[in-house]
Design a protein around this ligand. Structure first.
Ligand code: AMP
Ligand code: MG
Length: 317
């Protein structure tokens, strides 16, 4: 049921049921992070392989030491700067975090979400919540309560409705090695913002890290409709001539395609606006029974890099 009833959400979590929650990135499938039974339900419902660890959502940076230890100074600095917000830190875990949450790893991924409804909920709980995105494994992430409902209406008593996600793209994941930051997953916090804070970072978002990082499996966030990425829309359209084509473009529509089959993500060229709308646009185009979705490549700056990464994963076989 789609609802805004926080006390119902709270009681569901307290009896180790799972619920859907809004965050500023995407909607999450949430359960008590200290309870293995609740976490097992998340993996089962998502059909997510057990080797893919979950992100633990905590109420504040002050709570970090309850779930993580041996925290490098640079991690504290990033937490102070960007929390609450779309930054996930990978840190050595405390024993209270069950192995199923971290897929047996001795590190845990943690962040403080900024969505006011989920903040409110976390403040009322005496445990953190583990939450991957609220979509079946491999499907497009949800950015509205209705998206979650379309996937899991039968399975959840509570889908907390917090409106459209403000960021619309998953968090940026950062780990640490020898006091240096490493980006494991591109996300809605731009690399440039992180580098302004801590200097040059290494990016290590390779598919061969897949068991540690589901957001990095090559086929991910994918529409069911075959999707191709394009740097030159007119020639890609020519190549698919005669097919029912959907167009996912950054700034401007193309005359040869029915308007209803197009999604323009930001007429003004604002990458953050494009990010906010990307998944909803994919959901809509995917529902139109088209033969191919042509997605325009974004400028490779700021979260344009993240958007291109998502498109590459959506379009890979
Ligand atoms: P999702 O919640 O579906 O966006 O996926 C959770 C993400 O957290 C995955 O992409 C993982 O890469 C990341 N993650 C969680 N725990 C760890 C960890 N211990 N080490 C590295 N990445 C992690
Ligand atoms: Mg996901």
């Amino acid at each position: 049921m789609i609802t805004t009833d926080l006390s119902l959400a709270k009681s569901e979590l307290q009896r180790n049921a799972i619920i859907a929650i809004p965050t500023e990135t995407v909607y999450g499938l949430a359960g008590n992070a200290f309870n293995e039974v609740a976490i097992a339900k998340i993996f089962a419902l998502k059909q997510r392989p057990l080797y893919n660890p979950l992100i633990v959502h905590i109420k504040s940076a002050g709570y970090l030491d309850h779930v993580a230890k041996d925290i490098p100074q640079i991690a504290r600095q990033l937490a102070d700067k960007f929390w609450p917000g779309p930054l996930t830190l990978v840190l050595p875990k405390q024993v209270v975090i069950p192995d199923i949450v971290t897929a047996g790893k001795d590190t845990v991924a943690v962040r403080v979400p900024s969505h006011p409804m989920t903040q409110d909920l976390l403040q009322q709980l005496d445990f953190p919540i583990a939450a991957p995105s609220a979509n079946p494994f491999g499907s497009i992430s949800p950015t509205t309560a209705q998206h979650v409902d379309s996937y899991f209406a039968q399975d959840l008593n509570v889908i907390l409705d917090g409106g459209t996600c403000q960021r619309g793209i998953e968090s940026t994941i950062v780990g640490f090695s020898e006091g240096k930051a490493i980006i494991y997953r591109l996300g809605s916090l731009a690399i440039e913002a992180i580098e302004t804070e801590v200097g040059k970072v290494t990016i290590r978002t390779l598919d061969d890290h897949a068991p540690a990082a589901p957001g990095m499996l090559s086929k991910h966030y994918a529409p069911k409709t075959p999707t191709v990425m394009s740097v030159d829309i007119p020639s890609t359209l020519a190549a698919y001539q005669g097919k029912r084509i959907g167009l996912l473009v950054f700034q401007s529509v193309h005359e040869d395609i029915p308007l209803n089959h197009q999604e323009v993500l930001s007429p003004s060229g604002d990458l953050e606006e494009a990010a906010q709308r990307l998944y909803a646009a994919m959901h809509r185009l995917d529902s139109l029974d088209l033969e191919v979705i042509v997605a325009e490549q974004f400028p490779e700056i700021g979260i344009g890099q993240t958007l291109n990464d998502k498109l590459r994963r959506a379009s890979s076989d």
